[in-house]
Design a protein around this ligand. Structure first.
Ligand SMILES: NC(=O)c1ccc[n+]([C@@H]2O[C@H](COP(=O)([O-])OP(=O)(O)OC[C@H]3O[C@@H](n4cnc5c(N)ncnc54)[C@H](O)[C@@H]3O)[C@@H](O)[C@H]2O)c1
Length: 309
């Protein structure tokens, strides 16, 4: 089997590529390295530094059975400050990927939506049935969803849409201005500095470990029950930001008061996945929070030892 991945130098893409190479799958990947790093791309992957908006993607996808489309501008605050670039990458870029997959006669496209599609919904746990995006990021993901529907309708293409909740684990990008909450806490606490909590810390998030979603990715390759369906990928449990803070502090054996700052724009107060749909095809998240956190901490410590942080 041959698989192509967009966003292969990013967090989820690099983890997925590693898993596929381990399983003996032939993997190629593209990334423009705007957020991701080339060193994240596992050896054995044929890497092309390319933007998803470029022409000629069809050539790169030739011979691929499946395309995972993961590349996106995906930091909510970055998207809020640049809606034009957000639409250019997440909408026009996504359509360019779908079109290239069509031209290359790829059997299936598996692409990333997001739990951000549920921003305005207050039904918890949240099923896949209704969406109410609010932020520019979420709206751009909704546009991708509609384009996938149209490609199915007019060209009979096969898609699987993945609505990731808060994925965490090794290789998660910690370099951005406002890093994902777990990485941000781990780095500051390891340095003995005061981490920042935006808002009251009562926002609740459904965290899911990256190896667990990789199990679902692998299932999508071969299990036809995943064809033309949409799946929430979360753990089905949520935890407040303050509770995460306490859990990380406890594992690290430190006690530092966080610094509270005003809430960030465009962020939902709560996320909690209804994962019955994913369970119905035989998947379940297996990694408990403590094990996942230990692995995330080991990764950050490794980066510190290499002098990268
Ligand atoms: N990580 C999460 O918790 C989460 C949650 C919901 C949805 N998602 C979605 O999953 C996907 C992967 O997320 P991630 O956490 O790995 O993000 P990431 O930022 O680590 O990876 C995305 C990659 O896409 C690349 N990229 C961005 N714009 C590009 C462009 N124009 N052309 C080519 N490459 C480009 C970046 O350089 C980066 O390497 C994204 O679509 C994201 O929106 C992630």
């Amino acid at each position: 089997m041959r698989v192509a991945i967009t966003g292969v130098a990013g967090f989820i893409g690099a983890n997925l590529a590693g898993k596929l190479v381990e399983a003996g799958v032939s993997v190629s990947g593209i990334d423009n390295l705007s957020y991701g790093l080339k060193e994240n791309v596992p050896s054995g992957v044929e890497f092309h530094e390319k933007d998803i908006r470029d022409s000629g993607l069809g050539e790169l996808f030739k011979g691929a059975d499946v395309v995972f489309h993961l590349a996106a501008k995906n930091c909510i605050s970055d998207c809020q400050s640049d809606p034009v670039e957000t639409a250019s990458i997440n909408v026009a870029g996504t359509v360019n990927v779908f079109e290239a997959a069509r031209l290359a006669q790829v059997r299936k496209v598996i692409y990333a939506e997001s739990s951000a599609l549920y921003e305005g919904i207050s039904q918890f746990p949240t099923p896949e049935s209704d969406v109410q995006p609010e932020s520019f990021y979420a709206v751009s993901k909704l546009a991708g969803m509609h384009f996938a529907e149209a490609y199915k309708r007019y060209f009979g293409m096969t898609f699987t849409a993945l609505r990731y909740f808060c994925v965490y684990g090794p290789v998660q990008d910690y370099r951005r201005t406002i890093p994902p909450v777990m990485s941000a806490f781990i780095i500051k606490l390891l340095k003995g500095e005061q981490p920042v909590i935006y808002g009251s810390g009562r926002k609740r998030r459904d965290f899911v470990y990256v190896d667990d979603i990789n199990e679902f990715h692998m299932k999508c390759l071969t299990d036809s029950r995943t064809d033309n369906r949409t799946f929430n990928l979360g753990s089905g449990r949520n935890i407040s930001v303050l509770e995460i803070y306490e859990a990380i502090s406890e594992i690290l054996g430190v006690s530092i008061e966080p610094l509270f700052k005003p809430d960030l724009p465009g962020e939902a107060q709560e996320t909690l996945a209804d994962i019955s749909e994913a369970k119905s095809v035989g998947w379940k998240p297996r990694t408990d929070l403590e094990t996942g956190l230990q692995n995330a901490i080991s990764y950050i410590k490794g980066e510190m030892d290499k002098g990268r942080i």
